[in-house]
Design a protein around this ligand. Sequence first.
Ligand code: KG4
Length: 317
Amino acid sequence: MNKNTSRIILAIESTCDETSACIFCDNILSHTIFTSYKCQANYGGVVPELAARYHLLFIHDAVEKALKMAEIKYEQLTNIVYSAEPGLPGSVMVGKVFSHQLGGVLQIPVLGLNHLYGHLFSGWINKTPKYPFIGLVVSGGETCIYLVNSPIDIQKLNDTGDDAVGEVFDKIARRLGYDYPGGPKIDKNFDINKANIQFINSDAAYHRFSFSGLKTAIINYIYQKEIHHEQIDVVAIGSSFQKFAINEIIKKLKYYMTEYNINIVAVGGGVAANSYLKQELEKLNVEIHLVERKYAGDNAAMIAYYGDLVLKYKKIE
Ligand code: KG4
């Protein structure tokens, strides 16, 4: 890295409840994440207004700390990139206004990026992407499969018609008595030997993702147990849900890999940390670029990395 000649990017992420900043110069130099999730836990999910207010509280410190860790001064920054969509409107606005104001003061270019494309490329962080690849994004807000030909030639092949997989993990976890975010808790207690409750039938591989029917079936299942005063096996329910939901994802992934004859897969998003997903991806026996756990949730490092790819590809200074 040459801090005198290379592009020095500040990236900002603020689409949900994480306020994150990253300084990137050929590599990730520093990365900070502040989160309001503990304050959201009391409500069982993210309260948009609260999240936006916490971004306002955190954003300055997140950036200052990232600059300090990277030993970079504001004047050395050459570009700012930020997550511009999709996200909670108030939260996105904080990152957007901060980025544009700072860019205006420093008189450097500011580029708004699609947050999901950050997740989409996050499995390639510290590597060079190979094209074309099939991308899977599984997060609290999205469940998408993409065909990726370049940093800007991205075709969505499938997404969810209703709830995102992470959102359903959290909602079912809440019903089972786990704190928010419950996805990791269902995973931690996952027992394949108990994952044999069939709530609904599996969907055709080429259909859109749909998780709300599964969610309703599980909530009804628990309700029926409660009104009949039957024992509720939290591990069996959580494990059966996890196995079914992940198998649906793997099935669709396989379908598109065959359809486009592509054996390179990149996986990003919070649910990429799921142990059963990892295990089933390995079984596919293809080239998998799974995001590192520290970049799986919402973070500015993936926005910086993707921003750098876009700027290089478009040859923007
Ligand atoms: O990418 P991310 O921060 O999502 C958005 O904010 O959109 O990921 C958070 C989501 C949450 O729904 C969380 O429950 C889920 O990722 N998650 C997991 C695991 N770790 C995080 N879900 C299943 N298994 C996990 N190990």
